[in-house]
Write a protein that binds this ligand. Structure first.
Ligand code: GLN
Ligand code: ZN
Length: 773
């Protein structure tokens, strides 16, 4: 019985790649420096996996930026606008990074390719661009080079490639009149060339990732899968093809998959345990097909439950025999932090919590231990590890720091009325208007104001203990005062305190809630050189003390205008954390919702008449398969409602989302029943409001009138035009005027100019109404 891995984190355990990339981009380091760092990371990863007992070690899982972009380079799916760079004798890396990040250099000005989330992860990939009748060619030898590089270390790796069907499905048609899957006959010969070259080097295994098999596919897509793997098998009968699917079951695609002439099927048994029974009992399962059992969670940081995994493995062995089983993580370890051994700061991560965790390196050990247990290798040592594992898991089940009966009881006691405001929106609107007396087209912002270098460094110094609490406090007070004064001066209607005390919209809350832990080095790649360090929700969540009341009520105390309290919503906190796996996510989300609810009530008590609960992550929590959407949306929306429903009707609840795809979830957005929703809109020229109009969205909306992702200051006339356009979709008395998102990434000078223009635009639109009456 063998062990394998699908991919290892490539940023390096101390984020060496991030630093090397950023130095290269800023001109501080040369391409040679960058490539040396990259080579060191690859070498370390390969040797580590070998040392940890992984038999089939991946290559080509490394990338300088993104594995989908690598595939574009390999098969020459390079959009035409970059050909200037191909011809001008530029280094391949210039072209590569131009595609990733855009380029403005030597008279060349090219935008980057689009980027989007990799399935339901927080990793972003570069979206391939496809054109009608597009030709492909084998034009970059990265896959083969890395195979040879490992070979030179004495390691015969398994090259990992994005399968051709998923590669096409990951992309977008950039012109009308064709379906990108129809490009397969053009693309496949290029893949065959790569395979041929690898075969010539005696490669034994190749892994093709086809994660689209975890989604709803059309018959045509399935036919493309069949055609691809039949063709490869016909041409290379001796090659061991591993077909990898992860993040969900094969579902409707199972029959197709079982009949494929591949050597090994990789199954994600963390996300979908039940499929193992279906597969083992299916008559369609090929007599020779091996199964790679993804039992170790590649998406989360918890220690595996060996007892559960061994049961699955034994079951599979009983059906197909040990020879045909491989043990693996559920998916690439790209989505895990690197090494738990680096975590030594016990204030952030207690020894108790730490013993329940496993990062990428530890997950390799788990894979190996499971195999050794079954094959009875190093028996005494293996038994010791298995016992350690069950002791840690047993302790976790009863630990007092996880299980808080008060929190569990409170969740159980929730009733229908807890997720409902007292009256419906129509009545609330009248009551709120009386209380707030806002003008037509009220103006506001989304919450944060520019986080200057000084703000960041003051916060960091305070955290490190280099600034006294008093000095830090007076600094934040000064920033808040100035921001309130600025907003008053320019005539905004609903003010915010500015969020200067917040590092991150999830971390800030997590640090003040029970049940959260933090890592020091738990970085996970988000895109390119960007990494995130999600908090760990390990226990029942509760709030001991108010978290935001101090600065919000301070801000309210220095102005007569209403100040909006500013909170992160339960779904977003959940979505951007590593979440405990010993209870349903919905349960954890409800606990967070109750903590936020208490905060909302305290803000109301402190005199805040408007409170915003941000939920930018609600859409990205959607399951991969449509049939699972409703269940998720039901509990997610309910969690939001629980957080928002503890207040009087006078108190106006806002929410904010920063994306523009509401088409398929609009009824659930409406069901959140926020009095006001602010959304991203300006880049789509208000067109996304179509769905709000069609649905007859009942509550108030603030469609962003300018794009905060750009330093450009919009003209007043542009914003007037957008407001006028929005009026075609939304009743004027339901319309708010605000930017797209928070202003923390902008500079003050742009921000000031833009907001002055925005307020003037709203005034102009009000005057137009007055004149026409
Ligand atoms: N209130 C937050 C801010 O303004 C919202 C951020 C977000 O939407 N991601 O920064
Ligand atoms: Zn936003």
């Amino acid at each position: 019985m063998k062990t394998t891995n699908l991919g290892y984190p490539r940023i390096g355990s101390n984020r060496a790649l991030k630093k090397a990339l950023e130095n290269y981009w800023s001109g501080k380091a040369t391409l040679v420096d960058l490539e040396e760092t990259a080579k060191n990371i690859r070498t370390e990863n390969w040797l580590l996996q070998q040392e940890k007992g992984i038999d089939i070690i991946p290559s080509n899982d490394f990338s300088l930026y993104d594995q989908v972009l690598d595939m574009c380079m390999t098969v020459n799916a390079i959009p035409k606008r970059y050909t200037a760079l191909q011809q001008k004798n530029h280094a391949t890396q210039d072209l590569y990074f131009a595609m990733a990040r855009g380029i403005q250099k030597d008279g060349i000005d090219l935008t980057a390719m689009e980027m989007t989330k990799w399935f339901d992860t927080n990793y972003h990939y570069i979206v391939p661009e496809f054109y009608k009748n597009q030709a492909f060619s084998y034009c970059n030898s990265k896959i083969v080079d890395e195979y040879k590089e490992a070979l030179a270390l004495g390691i015969k790796t398994k090259p990992v490639l994005i399968g051709p069907v998923s590669f096409l499905l990951l992309g977008k048609e950039k012109e009308n009149g064709f379906d990108r899957i129809d490009l397969l006959p053009n693309l496949l010969p290029t893949y065959l060339k790569i395979i041929k070259e690898l075969s010539a080097l005696n490669v034994e295994h190749i892994q093709f990732d086809e994660p689209f098999l975890a989604t709803d596919l059309t018959n045509k897509d399935r036919e493309a899968i069949r055609y691809t793997y039949q063709t490869i098998a016909d041409k290379f009968p001796d090659l061991k093809i591993i077909l990898a699917n992860y993040f969900d079951c094969f579902g409707e695609n199972l029959d197709t998959v079982l009949e494929l002439p591949v050597h090994t099927l990789h199954l994600d048994l963390v996300r979908c345990k039940l499929q193992l029974d279906d597969i083992l009992s299916s008559k369609k399962l090929n007599k020779n097909t091996h199964l790679s059992l993804g039992v170790i969670d590649g998406r989360n940081i918890w220690k595996n439950n060996f007892e559960d995994s061994l049961a699955l493995i034994q079951k599979a062995i009983a059906h197909v025999g040990e020879e045909r089983i491989t043990i693996a993580p559920s998916c690439s370890l790209l989505h895990s932090p690197c090494d738990l051994d680096l975590e030594t700061n016990e204030t952030n991560l207690s020894a108790e919590v730490k013993q329940w965790l496993a990062f990428a390196k530890q997950k390799l050990e788990e894979v190996n231990t499971l195999r050794n247990f079954i094959t009875k290798v190093n028996l005494s040592k293996t038994l010791e590890k298995v016992n350690e594992n069950s002791a840690a898991n047993a302790e976790r089940k009863i630990s007092k720091s996880i299980h808080n009966p008060k929190v569990k009881d409170r969740v159980k006691a929730l009733t229908k009325k807890d997720d409902q405001r007292l009256n419906g929106f129509t009545q609330r609107k009248i009551i709120q208007q009386k209380a707030l007396n806002l003008p037509l087209y009220p103006t506001t912002t989304i919450g944060s104001f520019p986080q200057t270098k000084e703000v960041r460094s003051q916060r960091a110094n305070f955290k490190k203990g280099n600034t006294t609490p008093e000095a830090y406090h007076s600094f934040i007070e000064k920033e808040t005062r100035e921001t309130i004064a600025f907003q008053e001066n320019i005539g905004l209607d609903v003010l915010v305190h500015g969020e200067f005390e917040r590092n991150d919209m999830v971390e800030y809350f997590g640090e003040q809630l029970d049940g959260f832990a933090f890592t020091s080095f738990g970085w996970v790649q988000s895109y390119g050189s960007r990494c995130v360090k999600p908090p760990v929700i390990y226990g029942d969540v509760s709030r001991e003390n108010p978290m935001t009341v101090f600065w919000s009520s301070f801000a309210q105390s220095i102005t007569d205008k209403p100040v909006k309290g500013m909170l992160t919503g339960p779904v977003t906190i959940l979505q951007w954390s590593f979440v405990r796996n010993d209870q349903p996510r919905s349960e954890t989300c409800t606990q967070i919702a109750l903590a936020i609810r208490d905060e909302v009530v305290d803000l109301e008590k402190a005199g805040l008449s408007i409170i915003q609960i941000d939920e930018p992550a609600i859409r990205e929590g959607l399951p991969l398969r449509k049939e699972d959407w409703k269940t998720y949306l039901d509990w997610a929306v309910k969690a939001f409602r629980i957080s928002a429903s503890g207040v009087k009707d006078e108190t106006q609840i806002h929410t904010h989302m920063c994306y523009s795809e509401f088409n398929d979830i609009i009824e659930h957005i409406a069901a959140m029943d926020a009095d006001v929703i602010t959304i991203e809109c300006s880049r789509s020229q208000m067109e996304l409001l179509d769905v709000f109009r069609e649905f007859k969205y009942p509550n108030e909306i603030g469609p962003g009138v300018y794009d905060i992702h750009s330093p450009r200051v919009p003209d007043r006339s542009e914003m007037v035009a957008l407001i006028e356009k929005a009026k075609e979709y939304i009743a004027p008395e339901h319309l708010w005027v605000n930017p797209d998102c928070g202003l923390k990434t902008r500079h003050w000078d742009e921000t000031k100019k833009a907001l002055i223009e925005m307020v003037a635009a709203a005034q102009e639109c009000r005057q137009r109404v007055a004149v026409s009456h």
